[in-house]
Design a protein around this ligand. Structure first.
Ligand code: FCB
Length: 456
């Protein structure tokens, strides 16, 4: 099949602030929970941290030139909240806003549309010290932060994502302890879910006010949860996992309130945080948005007879014919992207979707000629793009595709051991080398991009 894409379809790549910027303590930036977490011994593989990362804070011009050489039409990046508001609220750090201001101007000059994520997990430590996402005041502070950023950038940035993967932030951060702030408390995680959603909903009107022609959404990691067998037990387990991970967020975002089966399950275990849900909250959360960003990597196969945590994303042992990505990342299952896109559009009637992350962890490095032949990544991207094209044919209003990631970077708890970039980074010298996948993507874009300039 020759895939066909709408004429305004955008091809891009994505990153996030903590994973690439480095410069963790310069120019007035405050600490984030990821600074604290990664500086805590034992939390990150090999004791890695994001202090330097890819040095993008200093090399952003070079990185824009790299994007331009690949022909990217759009670039999704996140803003570091503690660079803007070092204490989380109150005093604004002008140098922080200036950095992103220059970045946005540089992108637009290079004809690359900026897609901004406001929260990609780096909460100011000062807010964490007051309870972080378990308290309502953090959602209020987020609105202040969203207002500051959109007031400054809203004349040029038209695509806004409030949050990246709130489920990961809430559960891996507060229930599993694998991400900052490293808590292991399900009730706290559920309080965090509510406050993430509330912060999202409250900030939508503020973004609209500061940027009347904004396209607003969030980036959500949606996995298909599939039962491992036809048994009723596996079916119900998969249904509940889908509820806890997907519907717990999507249902309230699209005006349906929290899913009854999930609430009941938590209530039975006295975990549902009724005390933080106030009248009017659900209406705020359901604020009308313009698009949903999908982050897709893998599926999850669920069995009822093993401990729940083994069913979680990236620990899928059960797909018999699937090809595994490195590092236990999950299996290479492009059909899951097709299924997810169709499900989201048809079940929630979402008017516009972007694939805001899709990519693969394969750590191929330079050969003796300094070339990186990451053919497995090319195959992964090809098959997933085909799946996206099939979804479009099935009627899904998909408007763009962003590879995760532009370059190898700090992969959270896995440090620098996982490489997902189109561009290889030498973490000692910070040299960047486009991999074969980057060159393949460049050629793909040249053949398929129909909009000549940043105007979508
Ligand atoms: C997603 C995150 C992103 C990156 C990729 C591999 O869950 O949003 O920052 O870590 O996984």
């Amino acid at each position: 099949m020759t895939p066909s894409f709408p004429s305004d379809f955008l091809w891009g790549a994505a990153t996030s602030a903590y994973q690439i910027e480095g410069a963790w303590n310069v120019d007035g930036k405050g600490d984030s929970i990821w600074d604290t977490f990664s500086h805590t011994p034992g939390k990150i593989r090999n004791g890695d941290n994001g202090d330097t990362a890819c040095g993008h804070y200093y090399r952003w011009r070079e990185d824009i030139a790299l994007m331009q050489s690949l022909g990217l039409q759009a670039y999704r990046f996140s803003i570091s909240w503690p660079r803007i508001l070092p204490a989380g609220r109150g005093a604004v750090n002008a140098a922080g806003l200036d950095f992103y201001d220059r970045l946005v101007d540089g992108l637009l000059e290079a004809n690359i549309l900026p897609f901004v994520t406001l929260y990609h997990w780096d909460l100011p430590q000062a807010l964490q010290d007051e309870g972080g996402w378990t308290v309502r005041a953090t959602a209020e502070a987020f609105v202040e932060y969203a207002a500051q950023v959109s007031r400054r950038l809203g004349d040029r940035v038209k695509h806004w994502m409030t949050f990246n993967e709130p489920a990961v932030s809430a559960f891996l951060g507060h229930e599993r302890g694998m991400h900052a702030p490293g808590w292991q408390d399900t009730r706290a995680a559920l309080r965090a879910v509510h406050h993430h959603l509330l912060a999202h909903g409250w900030s939508v009107p503020v973004l609209r006010e500061n940027c009347p022609d904004a396209q607003i959404g969030l980036a959500f990691d949606c996995f298909p949860f599939q039962p491992a067998s036809p048994s009723a037990a596996d079916y119900h387990a998969a249904r509940l996992e889908d509820g806890r991970h997907n519907r717990l967020f999507l249902d309230p975002l699209y005006g349906r309130g929290y899913p009854a089966d999930v609430v009941e399950d938590y209530q039975m275990r006295a975990l549902w945080p009724e005390e933080v849900i106030q009248p009017g909250d659900l209406a705020s959360i359901a604020a009308q948005t313009d698009f949903l960003g999908i982050n897709y990597y893998t599926r999850v196969i669920v069995r009822a007879d093993i401990p729940e945590e083994e069913n979680l994303p990236r620990t899928n042992f059960y797909a018999p014919q699937s090809e595994w990505m490195e590092g236990g990342w999950g299996d290479n299952y492009p059909d899951g992207l097709y299924q997810t896109l169709c499900r989201l559009h048809f079940e929630y009637q979402i008017p516009r979707l972007y694939i805001t992350e899709n990519g693969a962890s394969y750590s191929d490095g330079p050969d003796e000629h300094g070339e990186i032949h990451d053919s497995r990544r090319i195959a992964y991207l090809q098959t997933h793009i085909q799946a996206a094209a099939r979804a479009i044919q099935s009627g899904v209003p998909l408007a763009g595709y962003f590879v995760w990631s532009l370059m190898d970077n700090f992969e959270w708890a896995l440090g620098y051991t996982m490489r997902l970039g189109l561009v290889w980074v030498n973490f000692d010298t910070l040299e960047r080398i486009p991999k074969a996948s980057a060159l393949w993507y460049r050629d793909w874009i040249a053949q398929h991009a129909r909009i000549p300039q940043a105007s979508a």
